[in-house]
Design a protein around this ligand. Structure first.
Ligand SMILES: Cc1cc2nc3c(=O)[nH]c(=O)nc-3n(C[C@H](O)[C@H](O)[C@H](O)COP(=O)(O)O)c2cc1C
Length: 197
């Protein structure tokens, strides 16, 4: 049996932050201020992180920085540059979350990458709590060696996300018209599958 969402939110109103966050592909100015951004990043860094290695860093791409990437691509691959320009015009700020592996640490690299992804999720929620919408993007740009070169990434670093950030235009990627469920939540004790409607 499902617990009523409204009853939960009445008991724990802070959980509305999770329920109401939506990815938004197109975002308007203003972007967060430097102070708001610093706070959001501080909150993102509270995400679970095995052995507290902070195996990631974040590069803020303001419009001039985004233009720098487009110009860099234009010199090599004009078609990709045009595509990048469209993508990077969709928000007044992009936060590039970069996985920065800590070699020699006892925490396996895949767990370090998990921590970086967890921090990215927290970042979206922190921004939403501050009144800004966002969208986690990957795709071609995130994997493009020219983008990595332009941003000065080390050879072992990887882009986890290009998070578009800005002010909501009220158009979500997907409406929250259904309640997502973990459809295969099983119990180790009984092997029964929970969470089924
Ligand atoms: C690792 C990762 C990569 C993603 N990359 C993209 C992307 O390249 N393009 C895109 O439209 N959405 C991308 N998303 C966002 C998802 O599409 C979005 O979170 C999902 O559709 C659920 O929507 P919601 O965030 O509004 O709940 C990505 C999300 C994650 C976790």
């Amino acid at each position: 049996m499902r617990v009523s969402l409204s009853a939960i939110l009445e008991r724990a109103p802070g959980l509305a932050l999770l329920w109401t966050r939506r990815s938004e592909p197109k975002l308007a100015a203003p972007a967060p201020s430097e102070a708001e951004l610093a706070f959001a990043l501080e909150l993102a860094a509270t995400a679970p992180d095995h052995r507290s290695l902070t195996p990631y860093r974040v590069i803020a791409l303001w419009p001039d920085g985004a233009e720098g990437i487009v110009e860099h691509l234009e010199r090599e691959r004009p078609d990709d540059a045009a595509r990048a320009r469209v993508t990077l015009s969709r928000a007044p700020l992009f936060l590039v979350v970069v996985f920065h592996p800590v070699h020699g640490a006892r925490t396996p690299l895949e767990e370090q990458r998990d921590a970086a992804a967890a921090a990215t999720g927290y970042l979206l929620l922190a921004l939403w709590g501050l009144g800004y919408s966002s969208m986690w993007r990957t795709g071609r740009l995130a994997r493009d060696p020219l983008v990595a070169e332009h941003l000065g990434l080390d050879t072992d670093e990887q882009i986890i996300a290009l998070v578009g950030v800005g002010t909501s235009l009220g158009v979500a990627l997907h409406p929250r018209d259904r309640r997502p469920t973990l459809t295969h939540l099983g119990s180790a004790r009984s092997q029964e599958t929970l969470g089924q409607a």
